[in-house]
Design a protein around this ligand. Structure first.
Ligand SMILES: Nc1ncnc2c1ncn2[C@@H]1O[C@H](COP(=O)(O)OP(=O)(O)OP(=O)(O)O)[C@@H](O)[C@H]1O
Length: 685
């Protein structure tokens, strides 16, 4: 019988659930058996020491299969709660029979009847659910393209094993489910979106061809979600050769990593390793320096009108910096070593021989060449004069070679780069091995070019989030360290570095083979909030989702006390609300955060304060800076102190844009005096 009516669907759901239940029961029995076997084996081991090796092996096998069963059980329990979310009835042109394809989080087969009850959302056939409405459709099977037509497309909301509703979808109704999902954001952390992935997003998730993929997406367009779903897709598609340990996420900070940490487990995959770019560079430089963080760099740019610092950041954020470094590296390759005669005991090695040996080592990096020279010249003495060098001679040789070459210390070589450039002033290391953020990458780039390096070979796929905050020199370092696939994602309009010249063209120059894919629809914020943020930084590409809410409000207050009262009253209003779950007060600087902290402590309101050291994301009331709020979202956002002296230049504009685009349902700004130029065209309360 073809299932059509809601009643038939309800029955079918019960059937599927009972098969899942049966499977859960049999696996539980298997797990129990593993536990019993383990106990028995251990007992036997104690008694029969001579058979230890064989038993250890079988014990390990039992433990592994036990663990695998536990993973499977978890997945089945999840499946039981919500076995599927979609269905397509597809009739391939080449076959008689129509197929009914239920789509869920993973494949589920009724082994007894040899029937696929649920198809994994990542399976080739499931792609049609995201790509087509009713009518002609096709998918790419391993054997080739299968064309046909979709006769029914249905969506379900099944929670705790119960069907809440089902919808037969046309493009219009499909939006309706998306609307429901978007207005039901109760979870504290990011969640999976498999039921409502959109066509353009699906194309990115399933893109297999590009080794380097750049995803440019407007604020709230789902870039981060899509990147994580793409990881899940890759793990499914290449499951024989790719595991979660082969993937690495470069994330902007620890709060963000925690915020996204639920998505892959929700999709039935293990969480994947992540690192911040700071951890990566500190590892590379062997923790020899105290590297300024991006957070500190931005704070300095925000707080002070320190023009020489800005100039340094500006130069090191440019493509010219990498170009000049490359020129300097070529210069060193020809000028670093100046051969001279070497006298060892009664023998002289003429400078021509020294130079010849040096030139013959051209395959090695510069510093490795110098290290190798000592051996080469010792061999020369042995072959030419049958003279075996003593340890004293070796010291002499080393000294002579050192005298002919430049420094081996990367920091000195890096400093010399600025001398060579005629801009000594652009390098300002601090005391106690302090170096500025971008200098760490400059030094790393030099080190990898002059002294060899190991790549992260095990990483077959690297994900770089917030790509717009990286400079060409950072990309140059990343490109050398990682030789697998790379997915870069971000929004050029949300840069934390106004000195940065990064745009899509320069990004593509950094990654010439990259494919660029864009996401222009914004899902996070209501139509009204998106319209408001458009006035702060206009983006002609953005398409707001038609989800309406209250208009953002700008409160003009007469003095500091009334601005404080306003913020407190907004917070109490939020605390009484039962629908909205999270509120963030997003400041420009950490000093402002301190003001807010005092304000909230005075009225005994508990809040979480996100600073550069925070590692965990939490909902409720959060106080943070725009810089750290990046990538996060909250039901309500309050941006305080938006007057014209506080928000005045490009970086302030960027901060304000980032802060406001974090709001999902409500956005409120407060100020005293004149509002900043970026919002003063907006009607005030
Ligand atoms: N297809 C979709 N279905 C349901 N929700 C979606 C969809 N796409 C995006 N979203 C939601 O939109 C919000 C924004 O997603 P995400 O944080 O991934 O966007 P982003 O582009 O990385 O944002 P930003 O750059 O502004 O930080 C999230 O709540 C996400 O769940």
């Amino acid at each position: 019988m073809k299932i059509k009516t809601e009643k038939e669907e309800q029955n079918y759901l019960q059937q599927v659930k009972s098969v899942i239940c049966e499977k859960i029961r049999s696996i539980r029995q298997r797990v129990q058996k593993s536990v019993d076997d383990m106990a028995e084996h251990k007992e036997y081991l104690r008694e029969n020491k001579d058979e230890k090796a064989i038993l250890h092996q079988s014990l390990a096998y039992t433990a592994n299969s036990g663990e695998a069963s536990v993973v499977l059980l978890k997945q089945l329990n999840r499946l039981y709660q919500s076995p599927y979310f979609g269905r397509i009835d597809f009739k391939p042109n080449a076959k008689e029979n129509e197929m009914t394809v239920y789509i869920g989080i993973c494949n589920f087969i009724d082994e007894e009847n040899k029937e696929n009850l649920v198809f994994d959302w990542r399976a080739p056939i499931s792609s049609m659910f995201y790509d087509f409405e009713k009518g002609a459709a096709f998918y790419e099977a391993p054997s080739g393209v299968v064309a046909g037509s979709i006769h029914l497309k249905r969506q379900y909301k099944i929670r705790n094993g119960e069907m809440e509703f089902m919808l037969d979808t046309s493009a219009h109704i499909y939006d309706e489910l998306l609307q429901k999902e978007l207005s039901l954001k109760a979870d504290e952390k990011m969640k999976s979106i498999i039921a409502t992935i959109q066509k353009d997003q699906n194309a990115i998730i399933r893109n297999e061809n590009s080794n380097i993929l750049i995803i440019q997406g407007v604020a709230g367009s789902g870039k981060t979600s899509i990147a994580l779903h793409r990881v899940a897709f890759m793990l499914y598609r290449f499951r024989d050769t790719l595991s979660s340990s082969n993937i690495l996420i470069l994330s902007p900070n620890k709060v963000f990593s925690d915020y996204i940490s639920n998505v892959l487990p929700e999709l039935g995959e293990e969480n994947i390793p992540e690192k911040t770019i700071m951890e990566l560079i500190n590892d590379f430089l062997e923790h020899q320096y105290a590297v300024q963080s991006l957070f500190e760099q931005v704070s300095l740019l925000l707080n002070a009108a320190n023009s020489s610092f800005s100039e340094r950041v500006s130069f090191k954020s440019s493509e010219a910096f990498v170009r000049k470094m490359n020129e300097y590296i070529s210069y060193l390759n020809t000028n670093y070593f100046l051969a001279a005669d070497i006298k060892i005991g009664r023998f002289v090695i003429p400078k021509e021989i020294v130079d010849k040996e040096y030139q013959s080592l051209f395959r090695l990096s510069l510093l490795k060449r110098i290290k190798e020279m000592e051996n080469r010249l010792a061999q020369h003495l042995l072959f030419k004069h049958r003279y075996e060098v003593s340890s004293k001679d070796k010291t002499e040789l080393k000294k002579a070679i050192n005298n002919m070459s430049g420094s081996k210390n990367i920091k000195i070589l890096y400093k010399d780069f600025f001398v060579w450039l005629g801009r000594k002033d652009l390098f300002k290391p601090g005391n106690n091995k302090n170096i500025e953020y971008l200098d760490a990458f400059g030094m790393a780039y030099l080190k990898m070019n002059l002294d060899g390096y190991n790549t992260y070979r095990h990483v077959k796929h690297l994900i770089v989030d917030e790509m717009q905050d990286y400079s060409p020199v950072q990309f140059a370092v990343i490109k050398k360290l990682f030789n697998g696939k790379i997915t870069l994602l971000g929004d050029i309009n949300q840069s934390l570095n106004p000195q940065s010249k990064i745009n899509l063209d320069s990004l593509q120059r950094s990654f010439p083979q990259a494919q660029l894919m864009t996401l222009n629809k914004s899902y996070r914020s209501t139509f009204e909030i998106i319209n408001f943020t458009q006035r702060i930084a206009f983006n002609e590409d953005i398409i707001p989702i038609e989800r309406h809410g209250t208009s953002p409000v700008v409160y003009k207050e007469k003095d500091k006390a009334s601005e404080t009262d306003r913020i407190i009253s907004l917070i109490f209003k939020f605390l009484k609300n039962k629908v909205l779950h999270s509120l963030a007060i997003i400041c420009k600087t950490e000093d402002e955060m301190e003001d807010i902290k005092i304000m909230l402590e005075n009225v005994q309101v508990k809040a979480q304060y996100f600073s550069a050291q925070t590692t965990r994301f939490s909902d409720g009331i959060v106080v943070t800076t725009a810089q750290l709020a990046k990538g996060l979202e909250f039901d309500v956002v309050i941006v305080p102190f938006v007057n014209d002296t506080n928000y005045k230049n490009d970086i302030d504009r960027s901060m304000l844009y980032i802060a406001c685009t974090r709001a999902m349902q409500e956005l409120i700004l407060t100020h005293i005096g004149q509002p900043c130029n970026f919002i003063n065209s907006i009607v005030e309360e």
